[in-house]
Design a protein around this ligand. Structure first.
Ligand code: ZN
Ligand code: ZN
Length: 366
C-alpha cells in the first residue's frame, strides 16, 4: 500500500515532468510537510524519479525518523549551509534540469545553488506543489472538518461567556482557550474581535477597551488541528436590537454570500463566483466598500490556492476547500463580513461550517 505522502510525491513527479524538468527542489516549508509529513523548518526535499531525499539538520534527526519513517534524509553538519548540502545531493543524483520554487527561494539562494551545481540547468517551477495542494484528499477534508468543528465549539463558549466588562482581547483569549481545551493545537491566525466602528478595519488587532455597550462584535477566527489543518470563519455577535442600517448591510452581505455559495460547483471559474457576490454588493451601491477578494483556499496554510477573486481564472474542482467571505466596510461606522468554509463536491458543494448559524436573528445576544 502506498501511503498518502508517497502518492502525493507521485503526483508532483507527474506534474514536474510536464514542466520539462526531471527533478524538483521543494523549499517551501508547508510543501515539504505536505509531501513528507515532516513538520520542522529549514529543510528542503529533493524529489525526482531517481531521488527522494530530505535535506535537514541535526536538530531534526529524531523527529524525521518519527514523522517520516523510511524517508531518506541528509543531516547536514552545522558548518555546511543548506544550499551546499542540497547542491551535493543534486550532484549525487545526477540531475540535469532542476526545477526550483522560484516564488519562494530568495535570489541569493538561487545564485548560490546555481554556482554550486554548474553542470545542472536551473529552471523556475513556481507553484507546482501548491496547485496540487489545492485539491484535498479524504484525510485532509476530515482534518478541515475537525478544524471547523473546533472553531464552532469555541465560538459557542465565547458567546455564552461574553460580559460587558470583557475587552476584545479578553474575548479573543476566551475563544482561543476554549478551542485549545477542545483539542485544537492553536489558532489558524491571530483572532480578530472588533467592536462597532473598529470592525471596518480589515486586519484589526483586538484592543483593551471593555466591550461595554457596543452594538456588535465582528469575530474572525479559526482553529488549527494537531496535524495543522485550519479553519477560517467570520460571524457577527449583535447585542440588543440591531439598527436599521446594520440590518440593511447585513442582509446585503448575507445575500451576496448565499448567491456565491450557490454557484460553487466543479467547472466554474473562481472569478465567476467572486463576480456573483461583487455584482450583488455593487447593485446595492456598496461596490466600493467591498475591497478584498471573495475568498481563498484553506488547508495546511490559512491562505492557499485557489483564490476567489477578480481575474482568478482557476477552475473549481471537487476536493477544493475555499472560504466565501464578502464584506461591506464603512469607515467610521463599522464593517460586516460573513465567512464560511465550503468544500467543492462532485455534485456541487458542501458548507462545512453550516452548523454555525448566521442569520441575523441567531447572531443576537442579550
Ligand atoms: Zn477569516
Ligand atoms: Zn479568510
Amino acid at each position: 500500500m502506498t501511503d498518502r505522502y508517497e502518492s502525493r510525491r507521485g503526483k508532483v513527479l507527474r506534474a514536474v515532468r510536464k514542466a520539462d524538468v526531471d527533478t524538483l527542489l521543494v523549499s517551501g516549508e508547508t510543501n515539504v510537510t505536505w509531501l513528507t509529513g515532516f513538520s520542522g523548518d529549514s529543510s528542503w526535499l529533493l524529489l525526482g524519479p531517481e531521488v527522494c531525499v530530505l535535506i535537514s539538520d541535526g536538530r531534526y534527526q529524531t523527529q524525521i525518523a518519527e514523522e517520516c519513517p523510511g524517508l531518506d534524509a541528509v543531516i547536514r553538519k552545522p558548518d555546511v549551509k543548506l544550499h551546499t548540502a542540497a547542491a551535493t545531493a543534486v550532484k549525487q543524483a545526477g540531475v540535469r534540469r532542476l526545477g526550483f520554487e522560484s516564488h519562494l527561494l530568495t535570489f541569493d539562494a538561487v545564485e548560490q545553488l546555481a554556482a554550486a551545481v554548474p553542470q545542472c540547468e536551473l529552471r523556475p517551477a513556481p507553484g507546482r506543489v501548491e496547485e496540487l495542494r489545492a485539491i484535498k484528499d479524504a484525510d485532509e477534508i476530515a482534518e478541515i472538518r475537525a478544524a471547523v468543528e473546533l472553531a464552532s465549539r469555541g465560538f459557542n463558549v465565547l458567546r455564552a461567556s461574553l460580559t460587558p466588562e470583557m475587552t476584545e482581547l479578553g474575548a479573543a483569549h476566551e475563544l482561543e482557550q476554549a478551542m485549545r481545551r477542545f483539542g485544537a493545537e492553536g489558532t489558524s491566525f491571530e483572532t480578530i474581535i472588533a467592536a462597532d466602528d473598529r470592525s471596518a478595519l480589515a486586519h484589526y488587532r483586538p484592543g483593551r477597551e471593555p466591550i461595554g455597550d457596543c452594538s456588535w462584535l465582528l469575530v474572525d477566527w479559526g482553529a488549527e488541528t494537531r496535524n495543522r489543518y485550519k479553519s477560517d470563519l467570520t460571524r457577527l455577535v449583535v447585542f440588543g436590537k440591531p439598527s436599521k442600517k446594520l440590518r440593511r448591510i447585513y442582509d446585503i452581505v448575507l445575500e451576496a454570500q448565499t448567491r456565491a455559495i450557490r454557484a460553487i460547483r466543479p467547472g466554474v471559474t473562481c472569478e465567476a463566483v467572486d463576480r456573483i457576490a461583487r455584482d450583488h454588493i455593487k447593485s446595492c451601491k456598496h461596490g466600493r466598500n467591498f475591497g478584498h477578494g471573495l475568498g481563498h483556499g484553506i488547508g495546511l496554510d490559512i491562505h492557499e490556492m485557489p483564490r476567489l477573486a477578480p481575474n482568478s481564472q482557476t477552475v473549481l474542482a471537487a476536493g477544493m476547500v475555499v472560504t466565501v467571505e464578502p464584506g461591506i466596510y464603512l469607515p467610521g461606522w463599522g464593517g460586516v463580513r460573513i465567512e464560511d468554509d465550503v468544500l467543492v463536491t462532485r455534485g456541487g458543494h458542501e458548507v462545512l461550517s453550516q452548523s454555525v448559524a448566521k442569520d441575523l436573528g441567531s447572531s443576537l445576544v442579550d
